[in-house]
Design a protein around this ligand. Sequence first.
Ligand code: S3P
Length: 430
Amino acid sequence: MTEKMLNPISSSLKGTLSVPGDKSISHRAVIFGSLAKGTTTITHFLNGEDCLRTIDAFREMGVPIEVKGDTVKIEGNGVDALQEPLHPLYLGNSGTTTRLLLGVLAGLPFHVTIHGDDSLTKRPMDRIVHPLRQMGAYMDGREKGKYLPLSIRGGKLNPIHYQSPVKSAQVKSGVLLAGLLTEGKTSVTELAATRDHTEHMLTAFGGTIKKDGLTSTINGNQSLTGTQIDVPGDISSAAFFLAAAAIVKGSKLVLSDVGINPTRTGIIDVLQKMGATMKVVQQREIGGEPVGDITIEYSTLQGIEIDGEIIPRIIDEIPIIALLASQAKGKTVIRDAEELKFKETDRIEAVVNTLSALGVSIQGTEDGMVISGEQTLKGATVDSYGDHRIGMMIAVASLLSKEPVTLKNSECIAVSYPSFFDDLDRVLVD
Ligand code: S3P
């Protein structure tokens, strides 16, 4: 466990930063590159712990994958060349690897056991186990398959139409991946639109998928061809710098090459609604995904109400939005975000506990939180709860405290942003 002293710094953030590649897109590029035939080259890959777990899993199934810095080369030989892994697969902290990989494994004639770290072992897997069992996969695990360790015996599946009861791109993607390996049409209907990177990535590899409102339909047994994927910057990582610049006096930052897929840009909408001085320029496409440069500077923010359809579009950004809210004028109320309880930690509890310890008046609710604005932050020793996004939120919060803040368990930040503290140092000026 690493303890990091975050010194009180009376400085601002200035300059231009290009954040690491998108976590969701990096996972999917490895998955489709491993299912496709031919060479796939991924550039600006997120070389963070979660995405490396996806690479390890496919290497265990015999896929040659080479990683050099942030470039990944996969020599795909198609689905039929995948081999039954010799060992249980360790998926670390990565919920995305687990739920998407289970979708793939459901369609393969292998017996595989998967396990993870303490956090992953506590996260609900029944949300993906149920539809995959409906398709015909044999799965079992702790508490009747609700939690890891889980074992799966996949094989020939039946296509289903799945009405997902949870707003989760991981569940949608897991079922669509199983559908890709199943003869016939598999479809998933969502309660609200979630990130659609699986759909974009399938198309980039030469596959097709039909989208009709909240329903996605995939045909099985499509042949995919290796390709070149340039991963856009992760807006969920950029969010910490967008927030820091918005609340630290005198700041002005440009975040370049950030992915601005509309299913992910809730943080831009929230900042705009709060009154931030920001703009998105140079909009273009990289690897089938929209990208832009975001300019933001310090400004006075206003508390707002956040609920409904926007929640899946900001689900990973709510911890940093809570910090933004603590600096805004007036109260901010976040509702409909019960999914936060099932993240790397219970993020309602973690945000409330850490921000309270730092002097913020904040109350947790069943499905969100209520945050008072114009709060003065004080020094404290606070725990990341082993959750990368809580750790980064605390690091940004420390920029507002005149007293030292000590972050316990800071190493978890490497899950999605290994160079976070270097990048922060790079843009902090006196
Ligand atoms: C992800 C989907 C979201 C998000 C996670 C990544 C993905 O999870 O929180 O960080 O890549 O599909 P849910 O699907 O559980 O909402």
